[in-house]
Design a protein around this ligand. Structure first.
Ligand code: C5J
Length: 223
């Protein structure tokens, strides 16, 4: 087996096995990051999420240069909304609900412009794209089977939002036995205090959910 890369991280170094570690980019969709989408319909300042785009691009470049597995996820629903529980669609008082038409098409509906990943981070041919109806990327998807077929044991996380879909997926992955590292600059929240709290929750108690590291530490370890 190849020697693991040693990444300075919290709560202690993350041993990344080359070729067995996938980069998981969570929900970097126009609907969350651009005005007129789902995120804004909930009353959020979507500009706060932009900060994660360039660091995620840097991670993608590093992963692609090595030829390691990349997984992109999209929070999305079928056009007939048969995979969207009414509790999810009806909750709260948003200006638009999932499936309603907006400036970027129907919110969070597969095939609509707003549901696509932002152009800077567009998936390349051969990269896995998971359409997920829930917050976690393992729920209702073939993600685990795909990771198993690639013999992936470790996951590095980027994406939005830190405390919702990123944290949910990290917890799902942790329960399935994956070692998970969150890259701090490559994730963002509409609530910066929730991002900070999530990082602390992940690394607390000896890494109860996983690890966190700055982008530079990951890039330097990867050479
Ligand atoms: C949310 C997500 N925040 N991708 N989705 O509803 O975190």
């Amino acid at each position: 087996m190849t020697t693991p890369l040693n990444i300075p991280a919290r709560p202690f170094a993350f041993a990344l096995p080359p070729g067995r570690c996938a980069l998981i980019v969570i929900d970097m969709q126009r609907d969350f990051i651009e005005p007129g989408g789902f995120g804004e319909s909930l009353g959020n300042d979507v500009s706060l999420l932009r900060a994660a785009v360039a660091p995620t691009q840097a991670l993608l470049s590093a992963w692609r240069a090595r030829g390691w597995p990349v997984v992109h996820t999209r929070e999305s629903h079928r056009p007939d909304l048969s995979d969207c529980p009414s509790a999810k669609r009806e909750r709260g008082q948003p200006s638009l609900r999932i499936g309603d038409p907006g400036p970027m098409g129907r919110l969070l509906v597969r095939g609509e412009p707003g549901c696509e990943i932002v152009p800077e981070l567009a998936p390349l041919p051969g990269e896995i794209v998971i359409d997920k109806p829930g917050k976690g990327a393992f729920y209702g998807t073939a993600l685990q089977a795909m990771l198993q077929s690639l013999q992936v044991t470790h996951l590095v996380f980027a994406g939005v939002t830190t405390e919702v879909c990123v944290q949910t997926t990290m917890r799902e992955a942790n329960d399935r036995g994956y070692d998970c590292l969150l890259v701090e600059e490559a994730t963002a929240s509409y609530f910066p205090q929730f991002k900070a709290a999530t990082i602390e929750m992940v690394v607390a108690q000896g890494g109860i959910v996983g690890w966190a590291a700055p982008l530079q530490a990951v890039l330097e370890a990867m050479g």
